[in-house]
Design a protein around this ligand. Structure first.
Ligand code: ZN
Ligand code: ZN
Length: 247
């Protein structure tokens, strides 16, 4: 199995990332990808840009140098109730793919019950497409309870390659989450969480883990253009049509 799109990446408007939009697209092309989602942190993250950044994303062409660009965001799940960054609706209009993730700086790790309740709130949040790096061992939760509701709530699950190396204990958690996604037929996206162009499309560890557990390729939405297209089309987003610039 391979991926044809990376659905979790940061540009240098995220303070601890290092490459511009053009450079990230170049990284995607160098990795042989057909598409890249730019998913910078939301504005309440100390690391993130002002919300006007997201409001203005419709300036980004659909295709840059043969790579489809998807306008995204990585929301923080905020404590204690599991909301996401507050942003005006009009700022979110351009967003085509939204992750929601726990980050220790905005959600101090708490109990399994608190984490599970926060994730359940996200299940019902219409602005969110996918749970980001759910395998973070600092945020234990009732995996089966959350994953089995994902399809009914229209949510997918990210398998985050970066987590496997930087978040302690993530590997076992990610494998267990993937097993539950297989059991409940929940689609996943395999992503790099790249913070520099040279990391775009690097998901070898995540793919190896999925191969080990016999995860079905059909459930990986970014494993073919057809699957990626079907996922976004079901949300009225046409990935391969040139939208030019401007809104
Ligand atoms: Zn994150
Ligand atoms: Zn990220």
């Amino acid at each position: 199995m391979n991926i044809i799109a990376d659905l979790h990446t940061h540009t240098s408007v995220t303070a601890h990332a290092f490459s511009t939009l053009s450079e990230m697209v170049r990284g995607a092309k160098a990795a042989g990808l057909k598409a890249i989602a730019i998913t910078n942190h939301g504005p309440t993250n100390p690391d993130g840009p002002h919300e006007w950044h997201f409001a203005n994303m419709d300036l980004i062409p659909r295709q840059i140098d043969g790579v489809t660009v998807i306008r995204g965001i990585e929301f923080d799940i905020t404590a204690p109730a599991g909301g996401i960054n507050f942003m005006a609706n009009k700022s979110l209009r351009s967003v085509e793919f939204a992750l929601a993730s726990f980050h220790e700086c905005l959600f101090p790790p708490s109990t399994r019950a608190v984490h599970t309740a926060a994730l359940e709130a996200i299940l019902h949040n219409p602005y969110v497409n996918a749970f980001g790096h759910l395998g973070n061992a600092a945020f234990e939760f009732d995996m089966e309870y959350i994953i089995r509701q994902c399809n009914d709530c229209g949510k997918i699950v990210e398998i985050n390659n970066n987590s496997l190396s930087i978040r302690k204990g993530s590997r076992e958690n990610c494998a267990e989450i993937a097993r539950l996604c297989r059991k409940y037929e929940v689609p996943v996206a395999v992503s790099s969480d790249a913070h520099i162009e040279y990391m775009v499309g690097r998901v070898d560890g995540a793919l190896a883990m999925l191969a080990e557990i016999g995860f079905p390729e059909e459930l990986v939405i970014n494993s073919s253009m057809e699957r990626l297209d079907a996922y976004f089309r079901s949300r009225d987003i046409m990935l391969w049509e040139n939208r030019g610039t401007g809104s």
